[in-house]
Structures are given as C-alpha cells and as structure tokens.
Design a protein around this ligand. Structure first.
Ligand code: DQA
Length: 138
C-alpha cells in the first residue's frame, strides 16, 4: 500500500510556528514515528508553500497511489484549484488539519477541499495524520 502525505504552506515550520496551536514537534520527527508505526505501508511525504506544486503532486500521485492525506493549510480556505485537483483524481483523499479549524476564525470554517474529499479529520493535533492513515486500513 502506497500513501502520500501532502502538506501545504507554512507546515514546514511546524515545531517553531505558533506552538500553542500546532505543537512543538517538527513534522520530520513525527513522520519518522509514522514510518515506524506503519512499517507495512510505503509512506511518502511532500511539502510545498506553492499552490501549483501541490496541485501537480495531487495529479502525479492521484491515479496510482492508494491514498492521499492532504493538509492544504491556508490554501484549504482559498484554493478552487486544489479543490478541483482533489475532485479530478481517482485516489481517495483524506483532508486533515492539526487544529480544530471550526473553533478558530470564521475564514477557517470554509474548505474548498471538503466537498471533494473522502473524509475529513481535524483537531487531533499531529495525531490527525495518524488517524487519516488508519482510515485506509479498514
Ligand atoms: C491548518 C489550519 C489552517 O487554517 C491553517 O492555515 C494552517 C494549518 C491545520 O492543520 O490546523 O496552516 O491546516
């Protein structure tokens, strides 16, 4: 089974960025733990701050991988293009957020990804990614 985690803008700063909201662990450290936990899954990780690169990666993996775990970060609330890419591909996409976006500012309550996503997991901290991967296992 092949699954890719795709992270959007500013998520390369996890660990340093607003630790009260996003925690103090880097994504690289967390990703190593995920790889250890899900040894039987071929897990990949891609991060970009650039909208078009996220779209290209969704297109590139969306017809051959078994799952995409997507945290489009701020683009979640603005990007028709990423929403369309999620709609266009065959691979199931689970939308993930670290924080509970519904407890935050109103502009974060809107998602252009959710209507096209297979499922949405949010608010569990980094564990949201863990739960998204688990969802592919049953
Ligand atoms: C986020 C929530 C978004 O609103 C925000 O712009 C992010 C991270 C989350 O994982 O909680 O960058 O997607």
């Amino acid at each position: 089974m092949k699954i890719i985690i795709i992270n959007g803008p500013n998520l390369n700063l996890l660990g340093k960025r607003e630790p009260d909201v996003y925690g103090s662990e880097t994504f690289e450290d967390y990703f190593s733990k995920l790889q250890f936990k899900f040894k039987d899954i071929e897990l990949e990780y891609f991060q970009s701050n650039i909208e078009g690169e996220l779209i290209s990666k969704i297109q590139e993996t969306g017809f051959s991988y078994d799952g995409i775990v997507l945290n489009a970060a701020a683009y979640t609330h603005t990007s028709v293009g990423i929403g369309d890419a999620v709609k266009a591909v065959e691979t199931p996409v689970i939308e993930v957020h670290i924080s509970n976006t519904h407890q935050r500012e109103e502009f974060r309550h809107v998602s252009y990804i959710s209507p096209a996503a297979t499922g949405v997991i949010l608010g569990f901290g980094l564990k949201s990614y863990d739960l998204a991967i688990e969802s592919f296992l049953f």
